[in-house]
Design a protein around this ligand. Structure first.
Ligand SMILES: *Cc1c(COP(=O)(O)O)cnc(C)c1O
Length: 457
């Protein structure tokens, strides 16, 4: 089909939507390193993980050989409420930039939670329900994951307990109320409802909390209450598996028009949207069928891939979770108050970490004022108010398109637009008032944090 026939939005019919998730690990020669038991430092067994996560999700977590997992019909029906998500040809942005590059973005913000996180929330809630569980405790930072999970739980009739980082609980009352509207209970973390929360509060009475701390509380609730299992919105292999629906839809839509991207760009917090977006394309690269450039974009204030170390580390502050081998800044690393809450995690998915270590993917970091400049530019040209997290990918997509303008290359760029920024208007206000700053950790800051890494051979 000729170039000028490509519509502004490429939709798929219900029949064309993915019927199975793709497990990228099946095509990796060097598999991601296994999770380790924090006590024994031995690989976590299925039985040990069964006490923390639902049985079916443990199977998905540990399986690095099965390429496809069928998406249960109930989940496919739920997906139909807000998927397929639009794949947009950014004609307006191309025109404004005067670039010969062709730009596409996959927009995941078209649901109430406002991000891609619902894709995995519904899957995790479904398997918990199927196992006959009562509910799922979790943590949330900025609130996107908690919102997505509360939507999934209310649909399936599960109890949803959200530990929300205290400063967000206070600063983002609207997200909190969306969660409560969907029936979730929301507790500011650290709280006195858990032993680990009470311990942290005794040591640091004025703390405003952190994601690592909220994870510790949610895991404690899961392991101490019968009928409850922990769920997590990013980082884990199972989450990347569910998010492959993003990349699979992109691939089907682009294949329909014979379009092959040269560069695929995504923001990277724990790595789930990027892992999902690139999955089928990376599979082709791993099997030697096609080549693509993949770029992970992270904030300069929390640069785990670009400045962290590839090592085993704790996933949480309380050190109760399994250890994962990943690019990390150290579990005690507290990033500065960056406005992209979803990108403030100290580590990175072990699957993406391995791919990066093996040279299959590039990574770059960008400063927050540059990110908001791109966000504002994009909002004015393409109409969508982007989430600060997503705007990291916009920044690099625009930079790549501007390079094409210099060289005259007609590259095809695909990027992930993970969500909307309606709950981030305090950050936009800072930017509009000219009061936004860029804090970049020093080498000494990072070295001090990395010195605390657990000793694992
Ligand atoms: C959570 C979040 C991210 C980052 O998480 P990943 O697991 O790295 O995808 C990015 N964008 C939005 C809108 C988010 O809510």
């Amino acid at each position: 089909m000729s170039e000028n026939k490509i519509p502004y939005k490429i939709y798929l019919s219900e029949d064309e939507m993915p019927k199975a998730w793709y497990n990228l690990r099946a095509d990796m020669t060097n598999k991601p390193a296994p999770l380790l038991n924090p006590g024994t430092l031995r690989p976590m067994t299925r039985e040990e993980l069964d006490g923390v996560f639902c049985d079916e999700l443990v199977k998905q977590e540990l399986d690095d050989t099965t390429p496809y997992f069928e998406i249960p019909q109930e989940i496919r029906d739920f997906y139909k409420m807000y998927r397929p998500s639009p794949l947009v040809r950014a004609y307006c942005l191309e025109e404004k930039l005067q670039t010969p590059a062709k730009i596409y973005y996959k927009f995941e913000g078209n649901n109430t939670s406002g991000s891609h996180k619902l894709n995995s929330a519904i899957a995790q809630a479904y398997y918990a329900k199927k196992q006959g569980l009562k509910g799922v405790p979790t943590e949330t930072g900025a609130g996107q994951w908690g919102t997505a999970l509360s939507m999934a739980c209310s649909y399936l009739g599960l109890d949803c307990k959200v530990y929300m980082v205290k400063c967000s609980y206070e600063q983002k009352p609207f997200r909190r109320e969306v969660m409560r509207t969907y029936g979730a209970s929301v507790t500011p973390s650290p709280s006195n409802t858990t032993a680990v929360g009470r311990k942290i509060l005794a040591e640091h009475p004025d703390t405003t909390g952190s994601l690592g701390c909220a994870i510790s509380e949610a895991v404690e609730v899961a392991t101490s209450h019968p009928g409850y299992r922990y769920v997590l919105g990013s980082v884990l292999n199972q989450v990347l598996l569910h998010q492959s629906v993003i990349g699979l839809e992109c691939k089907t839509a682009l294949d329909k028009y014979g379009v092959k991207p040269d560069v695929i760009i995504g923001c990277a917090g724990g790595g789930s949207n990027l892992g999902g977006l690139i999955a089928p394309f990376m599979g082709e690269k791993l099997r030697g069928e096609a080549d693509y450039r993949f770029i992970a974009v992270e904030p300069a204030s929390c640069p785990s891939l670009t400045r962290g170390k590839y090592a085993y580390d704790f996933c949480d502050t309380g050190m109760v979770c399994p250890l994962a081998k990943m690019y990390t800044l150290g579990s005690g690393f507290i990033p500065s108050a960056n406005h992209a809450g979803g990108l403030r995690y100290h580590g990175m998915s072990s699957t993406l970490s391995q791919l990066y270590a093996d040279g299959y993917m590039e990574a770059t970091s960008v400063e927050q004022t540059k990110v908001f400049e791109a966000a504002e530019y994009f909002a004015r040209v393409e109409g969508i108010l982007p989430a600060p997290e997503s705007s990291h990918a916009i920044r690099v997509a625009i930079d790549e398109a501007l390079k094409c303008k210099e060289t005259g290359e007609e590259k095809t760029i695909l990027f992930g637009l993970t969500g909307t920024g309606y709950f981030d208007l305090v950050a936009y206000q800072k930017f509009n008032d000219g009061a936004m700053t860029d804090y970049i950790p020093t080498d000494e800051d990072i070295a001090a944090s990395l010195a605390q890494l657990p000793k694992v051979e």
